[in-house]
Design a protein around this ligand. Sequence first.
Ligand SMILES: C[S@@+](CC[C@H](N)C(=O)[O-])C[C@H]1O[C@@H](n2cnc3c(N)ncnc32)[C@H](O)[C@@H]1O
Length: 310
Amino acid sequence: MALVGLHAATVDMEFIGVEDSGDREDKQIAVSIISSGKNADKTEDPDSLIFTGFGGTDKYHDQPSDQKLERLNIPLEAAFRKKSIVRVIRGMKDEKRTHGNVYIYDGTYMITNMWQEEGQNGFIVFKFQLVREPDQKPAFGIWKSVKNWKNDLSTRPGLILQDLSNGAENLKVCVVNEVDKENGPSLFTYVTSLHHEVINIRPMVDPCACGRRSCGPKSVFENISVSSSLVISAKKAGNVARFMNHSCSPNVFWQPISREENGLWCLYIGFFAMKHIPPLTELRYDYGKSRGGGKKMCLCRSKKCCGSFG
Ligand SMILES: C[S@@+](CC[C@H](N)C(=O)[O-])C[C@H]1O[C@@H](n2cnc3c(N)ncnc32)[C@H](O)[C@@H]1O
C-alpha cells in the first residue's frame, strides 16, 4: 500500500491519512486521523471518540450545507466497512500552552459505527465512532487522568500520601500503591541533600608537561583508597530516587558520581537514561544479582524478566 496523502481538512487540525487500498471498489482507505478534541469530537472517554466527517463548511468555518459522502468521508467509510485499523492522534487543550493543543499518539483504533445526524447549524453531518483496540498501553488516557489529578489529587487511584516531600520539592511527590494494601514506609525522612560523612577525595592540581600556553593544569584525583565498604543507604532517609523499582528491562542505569561541595568531594549516585523515555513512564533500573542468583522474586513483568533480583 502506498501512502497517498495526509490531508488537512479544517483549521481545527483534523487530519486524515489515506492509503491506496489496492481495491478497485475502495480506491482509498483511512489509515490515520488527528482529532483536535474541539468542536463536536467527543473526548470524555479515553478509549473512544466520535469523529465528525468533512465538508459542508465555508471559509468562515460555518456549516451552511449538508455533508456528503464524498472526498475524505469516503476513505473513512471504507475503513468502517472493511473493519481496518486506524492510527489515532488525539488533541487536548493544555493550560500551559496559550495557542493550540497538546497532541498525543494514542495507538490503533477501529471505526465501529458511522451515522448521519443534524449538526449544530441544522445541517447534516457524518459521525464516525472510533474505539481503541484493547491491550495497548494508555497514552491519551494517562494524560487526561494526570490533568484531573492536578485539579484534585484525592481522585488518584491508590493514593496514600499527597506529598512525601512535605513541600521540600517543587512538585508534589505522591505515594501511590495500586498493587496491594501496603501503606508505604513508616519510618522514613524525606531529604533533598546527601547526609554523609566527609570522604577525603581531593583533586590535586598537576602542571601539564606539554609546554603549550593554552594548556591548563591537569586535575588528578589523589590516589587514596576509598573504603570498599562505603555504603550510601536510603533506608531511613532519602529522596524520590529511593523509590525507584527494579526492572530486568531497565530504562535508566546508575553510576557513582563525585561532586565538589565547599571544597570537599562527595560521592553521589546518579541516574542516567538508557533510551528514550516517554512522559509518565516509570523509571526503573537493574538492581543486579548476588552471586548464585537473586534473592527476591521479581515482579517487573517485562518480557525479559529473569524471575529474581537482589
Ligand atoms: C528501593 S525499594 C523500591 C521502592 C518500593 N517499591 C517501595 O514502595 O518502597 C526496593 C524494594 O521494592 C520492591 N521491589 C522493587 N522492584 C521490584 C520488582 N521488580 N519486583 C518485586 N519487588 C520489587 C522490593 O521489595 C525491594 O526490596
